[in-house]
Design a binder for this molecule. Sequence first.
Ligand code: PEP
Length: 249
Amino acid sequence: MIRMKKILVANWKMHKTRREALSFLAALQEPERLSLKIAAPYTLIAELVDACHGREVEIGAQNMHEAASGAYTGEISLGMLRDVGAKFVLIGHSERRHLFKESEEEIQAKVERAVVEGFPLILCVGETEEEKTQGETEEVLKRQLLSALEELSVEQLEKVLIAYEPVWAIGTGKNAIPSDVNNTHRSIRDILFQSLGAAPPILYGGSVSVENISDFLRFEHIAGALVGGASLEVSNVNQMIQKIEFLEV
Ligand code: PEP
């Protein structure tokens, strides 16, 4: 049986200078049986793309503006990302939704821009602690997923990955229970199959570490991990690569 490659996405958030990023790459182990991506700060993308030439690492961005160009001081367009060699973009990360008050309309517009331009994207969704306590997880996920993806064809969905990231687990050290995450991923698949006729691979994010990554990725419906804090140290990422490469699934 051919094993689907698991996916590891490092989200560096607002960390690293060019020198730090290049020394990370110099020490990074080459992945063989997994797909490795780094969502880098804008200032690092061009240099990382050059440094990764011929390597099995894809460099992408953490955000973008939905307009093709225009008077949007301080923003970055998809054309600019493509120009520096970015290969994917995160859309709707919980820090964008909650700290920067990004609305579902904006997220939908960003998804539409990426899809129109045929650019791969990772849509992040997830419930807050309060929504979880109120038993609203499934309803919240359905709303976030469908408001962003409802208009997409099965073919367009091929350029999409989903990251399920419960807000209460991001950067908090609080771990979701892997079997619960697997069940939530199954529900996401069902929602997407019913509404859109297909479901992209679903990654999990939220305090994933060297210690717990295998506990999540051994599950059938967990296609990979989106890792923030623990991805800043190259030794951690190398250990995660090792663990995923030798995972029996
Ligand atoms: C993230 O940035 O998407 C994330 C999951 O962060 P952390 O791994 O630090 O919880």
